[in-house]
Design a protein around this ligand. Structure first.
Ligand SMILES: NC(=O)c1ccc[n+]([C@@H]2O[C@H](COP(=O)([O-])OP(=O)(O)OC[C@H]3O[C@@H](n4cnc5c(N)ncnc54)[C@H](O)[C@@H]3O)[C@@H](O)[C@H]2O)c1
Length: 450
């Protein structure tokens, strides 16, 4: 297995055809392994670009829903596209994925209870792909992994299962996904990507494929390790910046300074400042998870990522901080959290999507119950976890409310929505309500840093 140093270059889609071999013919088949938040939009995109797309997943219930075009976790636009495609199929049968031109692995990369990386799904997917790989196929890993995982974990499995050698028999690359669920502008088709590969041929093949799939620039990375590190750094950067404003929020709340106004003021500087907004916690499959991949990778190399660990711990304590804000507001009115009825609005980890993985809202719910509160939950995007079917039901008879997700639906709420139901304290965990309007209405309003 050779490793090449490839000169760093920015590859813009239109020019790449001059330098790289022809992309896969549009009749080629692409197997997307793992059709979740990342894999499904990619499979739909491949089908829309006239590839024969096969979405493979071990979750048979998901496959059965997707076969019926039931896919509520992608955007309306993507669902529409899916309904129109006839060159896409879904399967859990390994027999259906023989001899594809490309296999793109989009399986989860979670952490275990002790926050160490769980690479089992990646290993399993590599075994499955390895068993069905043919000479000339391209394998791309899109899952987020620490540097070294593609070459040291996935690749040996692919080679031993297939009996083939990377770069000479099949092509191998890493193209970390950057998708931002719910974002209509920046989606699987429009987000620029970085690609690292095991050698020049693999890089050329991967670039040719993605150049065909995306309407976005591609950046060739000198190695797979550096492509892996790009994604780690992006998500760690976000975690750290959010932790910084969350720390400021906890400090400024004591001082009576509105951090949101401060951030707005600082944003008037036209360079070297990037606004981040404090909140009741960080959720999802990426930001609370990926920094641990880098932290553990550092540990393996004898390095302690103290800064990253501090950021993680800071963000982890924000759900409890939101509950403390509520307890404090209640005590000021000579009331207790124990025995109060709390309407918890929002269960998803971010706005306008149903994803509730690692959601701070769930931590808030746990903490409220642990402190003896009665909790009513409502999220229009997550009905299966909501105890109430409507906002009115959630607020009816509640004493206080906590906003844990800034769904557009919640952002539009006015003081009357709450006062009508007798709710007189609101913890705006996403700083998404009109603070002035709420204060003027006589409601006790507390944001995070606001
Ligand atoms: N969700 C995001 O916003 C996002 C953004 C960028 C990157 N990522 C990364 O992309 C990867 C996938 O994330 P996701 O959010 O799509 O996860 P997901 O849980 O929504 O989907 C993953 C799918 O893979 C399937 N799967 C698991 N093991 C499999 C196997 N051996 N063979 C076939 N299918 C298998 C699961 O059943 C699931 O349907 C992760 O590494 C994640 O960190 C996610």
């Amino acid at each position: 297995m050779k490793s090449y140093a490839i000169e760093r270059e920015l590859v813009h889609a239109p020019s790449v055809l001059d330098d790289f071999p022809s992309p896969l013919p549009s009749t080629s088949s692409i197997v997307v392994v793992g059709v979740g938040y990342v894999g499904l939009p990619l499979a739909i995109l491949a089908a829309s670009k006239k590839y024969r797309a096969i979405g493979f997943d071990i979750d048979e219930a998901k496959i059965s829903r997707l076969t019926k075009r039931d896919a509520n976790y992608i955007t309306d636009e993507e669902q529409e596209l899916l309904r129109k495609q006839d060159n896409i199929s879904f399967t859990s049968r390994e027999d259906d994925i023989w001899h594809a031109s490309a296999y793109i692995i989009c399986v989860p990369t979670p952490v275990k209870a002790d926050h160490t990386p769980d690479l089992e799904p990646l290993k399993n997917a590599s075994r499955i792909v390895g068993r069905h790989l043919s000479r000339g196929s391209l394998v791309v890993i899109e899952s987020t992994v620490n540097p070294g995982a593609c070459e040291d974990v996935a690749l040996p499995i692919l080679e031993s299962e297939s009996g083939l050698e990377a770069e000479s028999d099949f092509y191998f690359a890493h193209c970390p996904e950057r998708v931002n669920p719910g974002d209509v502008k920046w989606n699987v088709r429009t987000i620029p990507r970085v690609i690292g590969a095991i050698g020049e041929e693999s890089l050329a093949q991967a670039i040719a494929l993605y150049q065909n799939l995306l309407d976005a620039p591609l950046q060739a990375m000198p190695s797979i390790k550096e492509a892996e590190a790009v994604k780690m750094v992006e998500n760690a950067f976000r975690d750290i910046n959010i932790a910084f404003v969350n720390e400021l929020a906890m400090s400024f709340d004591r001082a009576g300074i509105d951090l949101l106004s401060v951030i707005e003021g600082a944003s008037s500087k036209p360079f070297a400042f990037m606004p981040h907004i404090p909140g009741c916690g960080v959720g999802g499959h990426c930001i609370p998870v990926d920094p641990y991949y880098l932290i553990r990778y550092g540990e393996k190399n004898g390095f302690e990522h103290r800064f990253l660990l501090t950021a993680r711990l800071t963000n982890q304590k924000m759900p409890k901080y939101a509950v403390r804000r509520l307890s404090h507001a209640l005590r000021q009115k000579k009331r207790l959290l124990r025995g109060s009825t709390v309407a918890l609005l929002g269960l998803a980890y971010k706005k306008d999507i149903p994803d509730h993985r690692e959601s701070p809202a769930l931590e808030i719910e746990k903490e409220l119950r642990a402190k003896g509160a009665r909790v009513r939950t409502f999220d229009p995007f997550v009905p299966k976890l909501s105890s109430e079917g409507t906002l009115e039901d959630a607020l009816q008879g509640a004493d206080v409310a906590v906003i844990a997700t800034d769904h557009t639906f919640f952002r539009a709420l006015t003081p009357e929505n709450f006062t009508r139901a007798g709710v007189d304290i609101i913890i705006d965990g996403r700083n998404c309500l009109d603070k002035k309007a709420f204060q003027e209405s006589g409601v006790t309003y507390r944001g995070i840093g606001r």
